[in-house]
Ligand binder design. Structure first.
Ligand SMILES: C[S@@+](CC[C@H](N)C(=O)[O-])C[C@H]1O[C@@H](n2cnc3c(N)ncnc32)[C@H](O)[C@@H]1O
Length: 322
């Protein structure tokens, strides 16, 4: 037996957990770990493989950035022993497993995501930890948490998820609805609008190729309508207030810094977010072999020497429902 009876008020009625996954056999769970990119949904492909391009050094660097972010999100939420936390868009469980440690043996964490493959992945990890009795897994979108009862949770967390949600206003309303009075919301979101224009205008003989890459990115994620870039930190604050949160804190951080050297192979096989192809895929789609070689001649030394600068901004927001 892997989970306790459904007696807790926050128990989702239409989510799934490890016991009710008829079509998801143990074999399937084992396979998930070994699956190639193409067999996973786009979210799982990216989180488990494509964000670090299979490079352990890139993964180490990502985690070096992510662990302090996780800790700040949980600190801001003031997660305490015995509490119930919902992590919306849990992915492979960065925030949710951190919360699980903090709530201890008497608390619980609901992992929710729109990716079945990532819920499967998190379920497997929780099982290996022997923690399934303190976890629930809910397939749900941030803007429709109907599987979670009103006023049933102590804390809602979410990291880098609203950026993919078109109706952010509705997501905030859902966060407010599922929290108990006195419940806390804690969010981290990159503010991608800030880093928008990262393509050079002085690429010499490669400029035409750079412009074609820029145009493809713009086609995939139009800068005026895509949910990833149609908001900034003030919109997050506005949505939180409109949802009904009365105490709201916002910390915004922006940085322009010299780029760090990176391995060319890693950059080729990495994509910036789950909705984007890798650079290798973009080059294969756009360029003839001669153009691809010319683009590499231009870009590779810049990548490997860390030329240019990187731009990034992010927001931490936390709020209390009175
Ligand atoms: C960048 S990952 C972040 C994962 C995790 N929160 C973390 O901190 O590592 C984005 C996650 O959001 C999920 N996601 C995308 N759209 C969503 C939506 N509308 N509702 C809930 N989750 C969503 C994806 O499946 C993915 O797991």
């Amino acid at each position: 037996m892997i989970a306790a009876p459904n007696t807790r008020p926050w128990q989702p009625s239409s989510g799934y957990d490890g016991r009710r996954r008829g079509s998801r056999t143990k074999q399937r769970q084992r396979e998930l770990h070994a699956l190639a990119d193409s067999d996973l949904d786009q979210w799982a492909q990216w989180l488990l493989h494509r964000r670090h391009g299979g490079d352990p050094e890139e993964l180490r660097r990502a985690l070096e950035f992510l662990h302090p972010v996780r800790d700040r999100v949980l600190d801001n939420a003031k997660v305490g022993v015995g509490e119930t936390v919902l992590d919306v868009g849990c992915g492979d469980g960065l925030i949710a497993f951190g919360a699980l440690e903090r709530v201890g043996e008497t608390g619980a964490v609901i992992f929710s995501d729109i990716s079945q493959d990532l819920l499967d992945h998190a379920w497997m990890v929780a099982k290996q930890m022997g923690a399934l009795d303190r976890c629930r897994f809910v397939l749900a979108s941030a803007d429709d948490l109907a599987a979670i009862a009103d006023a049933s949770l102590d804390i809602v967390t979410t990291r880098s998820v609203l950026i993919y949600v078109a109706d952010k206003r509705r997501a905030f309303a859902e966060f407010f609805r599922v929290l108990k009075p006195g419940g806390r919301l804690s969010i981290f979101e990159p503010i991608n609008r800030f880093g928008m224009d990262r393509f050079p205008r002085d690429a010499g003989p490669a400029q035409e190729l750079v412009d074609r890459v820029r145009a493809l990115y713009e086609e995939i994620q139009p800068s005026d309508t895509d949910p990833m870039v149609d908001f900034d930190e003030r919109d997050l604050l506005r949505h939180a207030e409109a949802a009904g949160f009365s105490e709201i804190h916002l910390h915004y951080e922006a940085e322009i810094a010299p780029a760090e050297p990176r391995r060319w192979e890693t950059v080729l096989h990495t994509s910036g977010n789950p909705k984007l192809p890798t650079l290798a895929e973009i080059m294969a789609q756009l360029f003839t072999p001669e153009e691809a070689a010319r683009y590499e001649t231009y870009l590779r030394p810049r990548v490997e020497q860390g030329l240019g600068s990187s731009r990034g901004a992010m927001a931490y927001l936390w709020a209390v429902k009175q």
